[in-house]
Design a protein around this ligand. Structure first.
Ligand SMILES: Nc1nc2c(ncn2[C@@H]2O[C@H](COP(=O)(O)OP(=O)(O)OP(=O)(O)O)[C@@H](O)[C@H]2O)c(=O)[nH]1
Length: 295
């Protein structure tokens, strides 16, 4: 019998400073998480994707938990959070080991069914007295019947695999939503296209009535560097000289500034080639794709 593939949405929640981002980065890998934060889907904002042999974990951002605003604002935010959490398959509630506070307590009414909620006790490496862990856990389980408890240290890489296994058990059976290897690359391409577009907007945005689209047409990358070719697609022939500027100065500046950002992003030397194409009617199709979360 073959093991069925599982795939689903996972939300990591908790009060500020409990170590959610550090945990997400440790689980997913820092780079992917930074990068794919921009990738939008219609229902969720994807924070990062991890694919293993039998599972794909799609980590999503949940809207912030408001504790500063009172009354109506708070109630509205809570509704949004409750709704968001009811839509994901697994909720990981992060509480700092040994440190329960009113901020943690505020989250309890928003948690979905216990079967899909896992309690993570974070930063166990900084817990001085390890004997505190058991009574602390017992106290928390009295407040909410989490279906699993996993003490972890994201910094010291303690019990992260166990946490992934617990999450995996709760994911629904289903085909992967993302291709295993191409996600980083796709996301990187998306970000790079956005970076170039941002430079164009800053420099000549006012003069380009239909805006423009940036398509990454070539992406070759190895340990020593990257070679990227990006095509700026405009709607009219008359837009070409606007983008080029006198003596091609605009284009040079756009490419130089974008390249500097890409070097920071990829942390390696980058050769960037940017050129212009005129294609009528492109922008509508492209915006549809963008809405769907594709580059
Ligand atoms: N000792 C230790 N410190 C950690 C660990 N995980 C996170 N931290 C530290 O805790 C602090 C908060 O971590 P974040 O990951 O930013 O916490 P967060 O919950 O995402 O915070 P917000 O974005 O404010 O909600 C940082 O200084 C981290 O370095 C851990 O496993 N061990």
């Amino acid at each position: 019998m073959t093991t069925p593939f599982r795939c689903g949405y996972v939300a990591i929640v908790g009060r500020p400073n409990v170590g959610k981002s550090t945990l997400a980065n440790a689980l997913i890998g820092a780079k992917i998480s930074i990068v794919s934060r921009k990738a939008q889907t219609t229902r969720h904002r994807i924070n990062g994707v991890l694919t293993r042999e039998h599972e794909q974990f799609v980590f999503v951002d949940t809207p912030g938990f408001q504790t500063r605003h009172g009354g109506a604002m708070n109630r509205m935010m809570n509704r949004v959070v409750t709704q968001a959490l009811s839509e994901v398959d697994v909720v990981v509630h992060v509480v700092e080991a040994g440190k329960w506070s009113p901020g943690d307590e505020k989250l309890l009414p928003l948690l979905p069914a216990p079967e899909k909620t896992i309690l993570v006790l974070s930063k166990v490496d900084s817990l001085k007295n390890k004997n505190e862990l058991f009574p602390f856990t017992q106290k928390l389980l009295q407040q909410y019947p989490y279906s699993a408890v996993v003490p972890v240290s994201a910094v010291k890489n303690v019990q992260l695999e166990q946490l992934l296994d617990e999450i995996a058990q709760r994911l629904p059976e289903g085909e992967p939503m993302f291709e295993a290897d191409t996600l980083t690359d796709r996301s990187m391409r998306f970000i790079v296209a956005e970076l170039i577009r941002e430079k164009i907007f800053r420099l000549v945005g006012d003069e380009l009535p239909y805006g423009c689209t940036v398509v990454i047409e070539q992406w070759e990358e190895n340990e020593t560097g990257a070679r990227i070719a990006a095509c700026v697609v405009v709607e009219r022939e008359s837009h070409r000289p606007i983008l080029l500027g006198a003596g091609g100065n605009h284009m040079k500046r756009i490419a130089t500034e974008a390249r500097q950002d890409i070097v920071k992003l990829l942390e390696k030397p980058v050769f960037l080639d940017v050129y212009i194409k005129v294609r009528k009617g492109w922008s509508e199709r492209e915006s549809t794709l963008r809405d769907l979360g594709y580059e």
